[in-house]
Structures are given as C-alpha cells and as structure tokens.
Design a binder for this molecule. Structure first.
Ligand code: SF4
Length: 345
C-alpha cells in the first residue's frame, strides 16, 4: 500500500456502514417519513429489508462510536420493544403486502444482549406480515461475551441464519484494556453450534487499539482464518475523543503508531487474501461463494438494499438510527450533525 495515500486518507470521516452516513441525518416528521416509506413500494417493488436498531449494551466498550447507551432498566427495554411493535403496526398499512422480505438485520448496540424472546417477538411480527423470498437472510450482531450455548441455539431456533460475532481481538489483554468481555465460549464451539444449525458466520475485528501489535494482530487473524468464517471485517479504530469522551481512556493507555496500524491492516489483508478471501470495499473480506460476492458479481446488490429502519420513533424515544436506500432518501443536509439517542422528557 502506498504510504502517502494512506496518510492522506487516514483521517476521521463519517462512518460508512450506513447510507447516508450518520452526520447527514436530519430531523424528519411523520409525513415525510411515511412518504419515503410509500415511495419505497415503487423503488424496490419485489423485496423489502428491515433494519432494527437496538441501542443498548451491557457495558460500553471504550473504543465504541456506535449509537448505544449502557443497558437501561428492564422496564425501559420492554418499553422500547413495545414501541417497536407499535411502529411496525403503524408502518404496515403503508407498505405493499406483496413485497417479500429478503433480509432482516438486527444491529446496535448489542441486540444479542437483550432478553432474546423480545428479539424473537419482533422477528415473528415482521415475518407474519409478509411472505419471504426463498432464503431470506435473518441476521444479528452478537456480543459473544454474554451468550451461552443455549442462547446461540435459541437464536437459531428463532430463525436467525447469519451471525456477526464482535470478536474484535483474540488477545484478552487488548480486550481488558478496552473494557470488552472476551467470548464466554471458545469461538470454535460457537462455530460448531452455528454451523450445525446451518447458519453463516461473520467475524468483526478492530485494529489500532492499545496493546495491539502487528505480531499479535496477525496471530488473531490466523486464528480467525482457521475457524473459516464466511465473512470477516477488519475495522480501523476511529479515534474521535471530542465526540466520544470515553475514548480518552484509550489515549491514556497508548494507541499504536499510524505506521504500526497500517502494517496491521496490510498483513491482515495479505493473509486473508492468501487464505482465499475476496476483499470487498475497504475492509470486508468474504469467501468467494458468499452471497455478497455473488451479488456484487451479478450487480444485483442494489435491488436488495431497500431498507426500512425501525427505531422506535414513537412515544418516549427519538429515532436512533435510520438506514435507507438512496432511491428514496430526501436531499441530504450539508451541515454535519451527530445524532445521539436522547430520552424525551
Ligand atoms: S458492545 Fe458493541 S455497540 Fe456496545 S459498546 Fe461495545 S462495541 Fe459499542
């Protein structure tokens, strides 16, 4: 990799994992929201995907820049899910019933840290309202630090067929420094349960954290490759302490030099490609037969990228995240804004 280019572009930018990026979000009223929802009926006539945001975590990791708050009272969580059910009911009359669900994705926050029957309830609600394509993808982001064998099995039994495991690093010293619990079960055991249940598995890693070295990160990636996930992501740690105060703790713990960070990514990328993974975008790697690679090869991805975000925008909650397809989003504002979850008084 060209170091000059790396330095030029290795600057904080908005997260690219949603479109439009979070700093482009702007307030919207019910009328505008529903108009956008209805427009989606024509923009993506066949399929529909849902993204459910669960903005709660048991503990906040020091590096985190996600839209999440430390686990609220159980009552608050129940209220949040009740509100999601209400929001689904409000949306349904505006969506064409012959659209078939191709994907449901639960992100956060940490959806797998919620009481799992609440997640299952939302899933059943959506699936009872539409038919689905032949093999819809029902995906969930999971924090392996809190899930026992029976929890993984429960999620499989609830219809989940793609699991993103937030491993971040196999080095427990790194995890301790960033206030993140390591996996409760050996990841190999989790893989066995999920594979037996016919699910696909993604691993998420972060490089650029305190206590990480290229040698150690290479060993983490080696372990990951030996477990053969379908997809693997190496996120670059984005250090933005002015927005996320808790990241100051990491600064004190000592962040690796930029050159070391670049080396971590380069080595990981080389190893993954020699193990047969195909690079997608900036930092995603997938097995050649992965749906994402196949869809990109056939230029069909855009058809499935029609998402309605449900984020409990009613009652006591303000919308916490909104992902949507480019085809029906209103013009974006240019003034950067960062949205954080806020409770209405
Ligand atoms: S579990 Fe995930 S969303 Fe929650 S604080 Fe940690 S990194 Fe952020």
């Amino acid at each position: 990799m060209n170091e000059t280019l790396f330095k030029k572009y290795n600057v904080p930018v908005p997260r690219y994992t949603s479109y439009p990026t979070a700093n482009e979000f702007e307030p919207f009223d019910a009328h505008r929201y529903l108009k956008a929802v209805e427009t989606s009926n024509d923009a993506a006539a066949d399929n529909i995907s849902f993204y459910i945001h669960v903005p709660f975590c048991r503990h906040l990791c020091h590096y985190c820049g996600c839209n999440s708050v430390a686990m609220a009272q159980p009552k608050r969580i129940e209220e949040y899910f009740e509100t999601l059910h209400q929001e689904i009911d409000l949306l349904l009359p505006h969506l064409r019933k012959d659209r078939r669900i191709s994907q449901i994705h639960y992100g956060g926050g940490s959806p797998s840290s919620m009481p799992l029957p609440l997640i299952r309830g939302i899933n059943e609600h959506l699936l009872s309202a539409f038919s689905t394509i032949d093999k819809p993808e029902i995906a969930i982001e999971c924090h392996p630090g809190y899930l026992e064998s029976n929890d993984w099995q429960y999620l499989l039994d609830s219809g989940f067929n793609r699991f993103s495991l937030g491993i971040q690093d196999f080095n427990t010293d790194v995890l301790r420094t960033v206030n993140r619990r390591p996996s409760l079960l050996p990841v190999a055991d989790i893989m066995e349960i999920l594979r037996k249940g016919g699910a696909k598995v993604n691993f998420d890693f972060i490089y650029g954290l305190p206590k990480q070295t290229t040698t150690e990160f290479v060993s983490t990636i080696q372990t990951a490759i030996s477990l053969h996930p379908n997809r693997l992501v190496t996120f670059s740690y984005a250090h933005l302490p002015s927005l996320f105060k808790r990241q100051m703790i990491l600064e004190k713990a000592g962040l690796p030099l930029q050159t070391e960070k670049l080396k971590m990514f380069e080595e990981a990328s080389k190893m993954l490609q020699s193990a047969g993974y195909v690079p997608i975008g900036m930092d995603h790697f997938v097995l050649p037969d992965d749906d994402l690679n196949v869809a990109l090869q056939h230029h069909t991805l855009h058809r499935n990228f029609q998402a309605i975000a449900l984020a409990a925008s009613l009652r006591r909650f303000t919308p916490s995240v909104c992902q949507a397809s480019a085809s029906w989003m209103p013009p974006m504002r240019r003034t950067p804004r960062i949205f954080r979850p806020t409770w209405r008084k």
